[in-house]
Design a protein around this ligand. Structure first.
Ligand SMILES: C[S@@+](CC[C@H](N)C(=O)[O-])C[C@H]1O[C@@H](n2cnc3c(N)ncnc32)[C@H](O)[C@@H]1O
Length: 297
């Protein structure tokens, strides 16, 4: 899309004019080019704003993205931060002029110092270096499920969850919950509580896992993580119970996962019977996965 491409090129060209000193000091970088109107519209649409959302623009410039979002959605609040105080003043003045002063606030602040705690949508049009430098903050401080929307620039190896083909390169990510590490839970199967020791590996929204139950081990199948929603299946054979398929779905709440597991018996007297149990997992500092097994019987 030519308008979109021109805007990106103009941002990059302006940076080049500022010379290599700028590249060494991305944090203080303060170039302003406003997103073209149709891109602003597409970013707001891609955010799929709902009542109660809080939209934040990191490097908010003249405030156009937040103000457009608030105009289209009366029950949404928003804020922005920018390194350039004149732009912050302009954005706050525009908010007042457009009757949005009670729902929009712009702060003179470095994006690295922004408090992301209340944002449910975060928009950005920042240089790729700045996006990369911001990535750990976004992953650590934005709440799981927060939608990140970028005008054009990528997140350096973090694949987008969604894109807007019509607008060219408006990209979206959903901040994943942090699930990397050891988790444990119990399920009442075969008349006794069975202890599960799982290990989850995570790269952004991609997860994989393995689990030990007694002296048996199983692989997570089809594991997904979208915001705080986690799901996976396991085929596992338990002593005195037999082979079963287990489908886990839950929500990550910090160091807990709350959800359900559907157990489908593939062996024995309960063959083909499906039973659903509550599933409560907790993060564990050490993992029983590594307990000595001894010789396999
Ligand atoms: C390309 S403009 C985008 C403005 C607006 N988000 C839009 O899309 O119309 C980038 C903005 O980020 C601001 N900026 C750059 N580095 C920043 C930093 N470290 N902290 C805060 N703002 C920054 C610039 O002053 C500029 O207004």
């Amino acid at each position: 899309m030519p308008g979109r491409r021109d805007a990106c090129l103009s941002l990059l060209a302006s940076a080049a004019l500022l010379g290599p000193g700028v590249a060494r000091a991305q944090e203080r970088f303060s170039l302003f080019v406003g997103s073209p109107e149709f891109i602003v519209d597409r970013m707001v649409k891609l955010a799929q704003l709902r009542d109660g959302d809080v939209i934040a623009d990191l490097g908010s410039g003249d405030g156009r993205i937040v103000l457009a979002a608030l105009k289209a959605h009366p029950n949404v609040r928003g804020w922005g931060v920018d390194i350039n105080p004149a732009l912050v003043a302009q954005a706050n003045a525009s908010a007042r002029e457009q009757g949005l002063g009670d729902r929009a606030r712009f702060y003179h602040r470095n994006v690295f110092d922004a408090d992301l705690g209340d944002a449910t949508v975060i928009t950005m049009w920042l240089f790729p270096e700045l996006m990369r430098l911001l990535r750990p903050k976004l992953l650590a401080e934005a709440r799981p499920g927060t939608r990140l929307i970028s005008n054009g620039f990528e997140m350096s190896g973090w694949e987008p969850d969604f894109t807007d083909a019509e607008a060219g390169r408006v990209l979206g990510w959903i901040v994943p919950a942090r699930v990397q590490g050891a988790w444990t839970w119990e399920l009442p199967l075969g008349g006794t509580p069975q202890r599960y020791d799982a290990l989850i590996e995570q790269r952004f929204q991609m997860i994989d896992g393995i689990c030990r139950v007694g002296d048996r081990r199983g692989l997570f199948l089809g594991a997904t993580l979208r915001g705080d929603a986690v799901s996976f299946s396991m085929d596992i054979t338990l002593d005195k119970v037999g082979l079963m398929r287990q489908d886990f779905t839950g929500r990550v709440r910090g160091d807990r996962i709350e959800g359900t597991v559907k157990v489908l018996y593939r062996d024995g007297p309960d063959y083909d019977k499906a039973v659903t149990h509550p599933w409560h997992a907790t993060r564990s500092p050490t993992s029983g996965y590594f307990r000595p097994t001894g010789l396999v019987k």
